[in-house]
Design a protein around this ligand. Structure first.
Ligand code: PEP
Ligand code: MN
Length: 305
């Protein structure tokens, strides 16, 4: 598949421009047609292959991460997720394991040949993250933390930029513009649901923003159906819908024992349901001219930058 076909459509309507300083020029395809693919140890975001990142919301211990990594890898995930610095609404909720958690994530990834993704909450955590993590996640609550974005624009490591739950598409694109403007072009956009008048669901998954971002930006776009719904029964249908609408990949929560999870258990898939999702993804991807990315590289190939 060439870079100009299904996965790289040409934008038909131009970006609705405001003041020139409010145009995310480096992000927009209309300004710079060349697509930006993001390569993580040979796994490519934005190309013809679909990428699945899976793992628990939070790292809780060595055994939990071992079971999580081995089960997501055997089901076909290419990357492992797990937060160690958790932005929680309540100060009394589990805040994550911190630095030991990052090391547990890294080791589990290494044992199973999976590059790892974790959230970086503040500038002071960047040096540790650069040592241990392959992709730096900026969470929804930090999407407009401009000093964090500026600092991450100066590193040479991919950034997974989640859409803030109250952010417009333009604000999301302008947050990405901070990264590109500062020199970091390795940016993956992630739609994770926005806050609407709806209360039955944790968030409202804005798949139209995914199609819009694919059309108008140069960046890979992935979807997090776990935070978007907050309900494990809805994760598989929304993951399939994301694949059908042209997303480049998924970020999903999978926990060996969701009922015992310290964080976000209600939206976590069991390993068995994750396997079911992976089985059902293949025909949906085939229908839109994509395929699942190849299996992960051996551990020795990771961190070979
Ligand atoms: C997460 O991925 O665990 C997370 C906290 O996501 P978000 O920032 O989208 O709420
Ligand atoms: Mn979570």
């Amino acid at each position: 598949m060439s870079r100009q076909t299904a996965d790289q459509p040409t934008a038909k309507r131009s970006w609705r421009r405001g003041e020139p300083e409010n145009s995310p020029a480096k992000v927009l395809r209309e300004e710079t047609p060349e697509s930006l693919w993001v390569n993580v140890g040979g796994i490519e975001f934005g190309g013809p292959r679909f990428v699945v990142i899976a793992g628990p919301c939070a790292v809780e211990g060595v055994e939990q991460m071992e079971v999580a990594a081995s089960s997501v890898r055997s089901a076909g995930a290419q990357m492992l997720r797990g937060g160690a610095f958790k932005p929680r609404t309540s100060p009394y909720a589990f805040q994550g394991m911190g630095e030991p958690g990052i090391r547990i994530l890294r080791e589990a990834g290494r044992r199973h040949g999976l590059p790892v993704v974790a959230e970086v909450m503040e500038i002071a955590q960047i040096p540790l993250m650069l040592e241990q993590v392959d992709v730096l996640q900026v969470g929804a609550r930090n999407m407009q933390n401009f000093s964090l974005l500026r600092a991450l624009s100066r590193v040479r490591r991919p950034v997974l930029l989640k859409r803030g739950f109250c952010a417009t598409v333009q604000e999301w694109f302008l947050a990405a513009e901070y990264l590109l403007d500062g020199g970091n072009e390795q940016v993956i956009l992630c739609e994770r649901g926005i806050r609407t008048f709806e209360t039955q669901l944790r968030n409202t998954l804005d798949l139209s923003a995914v199609a819009y971002a694919k059309l108008h930006t140069r960046l890979p776009v992935i979807v997090d159906p776990s935070h978007a719904t907050g309900n494990s029964d809805l994760v598989i249908p929304m993951a399939l819908a994301a694949a059908a609408c042209g997303a480049d990949g998924l970020l999903l929560e999978v926990h060996p024992k969701p009922d015992q999870a310290l964080c976000d258990g209600a939206q976590a898939l069991t390993p068995a349901r994750f396997q079911e999702l992976m089985d059902r993804l293949a025909p949906v991807l085939a229908a839109v001219g994509r395929s699942l990315g190849s299996r992960p590289l051996p551990a020795s190939a990771i961190h070979s930058r």
